[in-house]
Design a protein around this ligand. Sequence first.
Ligand code: FAD
Length: 254
Amino acid sequence: MLRKACAITEISQVMPQVYLLWLEAPELASAAQPGQFFMVSCGSEMLLRRPLSLHRLGRGGRAGQVALLFQVMGKGTRWLAERQVGDRLDVLGPLGRGFELRSVGPILAAAGGLGIAPLLALAESALSQNLRVTLLLGARAANLLYPSSLIPTGVNLVLATDDGSAGEKGRVTDVLPRLLDGHSQVFACGPLEMYRSLQGLMAKHPVMASAQMSTEERMGCGVGLCLGCSLLTRHGLKRVCKEGPVFELGELVL
Ligand SMILES: Cc1cc2nc3c(=O)[nH]c(=O)nc-3n(C[C@H](O)[C@H](O)[C@H](O)COP(=O)(O)OP(=O)(O)OC[C@H]3O[C@@H](n4cnc5c(N)ncnc54)[C@H](O)[C@@H]3O)c2cc1C
């Protein structure tokens, strides 16, 4: 785990209340794995750092940079959204257990809303290993979908919206079952309600039991000490910040 003061190289609003932020962070970039997260200090008024997932690892002209994608939820993320290029952020990480790409076959990643945050780094990593990637991206309506222009070339993108304003009409969990055939590993990030529905698919689709989910809990320290982010699993309480945030779907008690 590293602690670095990282300069912001770009900050832009990409969706309503959602910001994409690039940081110059060569040491963090070389240590971070998709699915891991950082604890970001959000100004001197905020005692606790805020956990944010690794969204992308920079390549080419952005080598040595990491991207975060965050939604303004409260005081901390509002402070972050007001930062400017050149400002430095105090960042701790990379933290937690990320996704494990075990597959040699095509992977399916399903994002509910801002669940795209940790999945894009995974998609890029899989593509770099020559794996085929299907990304199912769902949101309530078209204006809440992560912009397709930011999705890496080579990803097979499937869109779904609750109101049918873009892609297929329905929730991620409605569309996902018909995409499962031909995929040897499944990853997802979204609300707990989505994971409950996905658990309903485990009996019929064995690939789902070992599907990897990125989980979220309110977090205090982020380094395993305060136990504040403990989550009930089939193997007892586990810390999202240490044993997670990625857990197998079959492990979660929802
Ligand atoms: C491992 C991990 C990775 C995360 N990655 C991302 C990410 O990549 N992008 C992103 O936008 N958010 C992410 N989050 C959630 C993010 O940390 C919170 O939204 C943020 O801490 C809110 O801080 P705040 O000061 O703005 O709001 P606060 O004032 O702390 O809270 C405002 C509202 O947000 C809710 N909230 C706060 N923390 C969480 C949480 N962990 N889960 C659900 N609701 C919460 C509160 O209940 C409250 O209603 C992640 C959380 C975890 C645990």
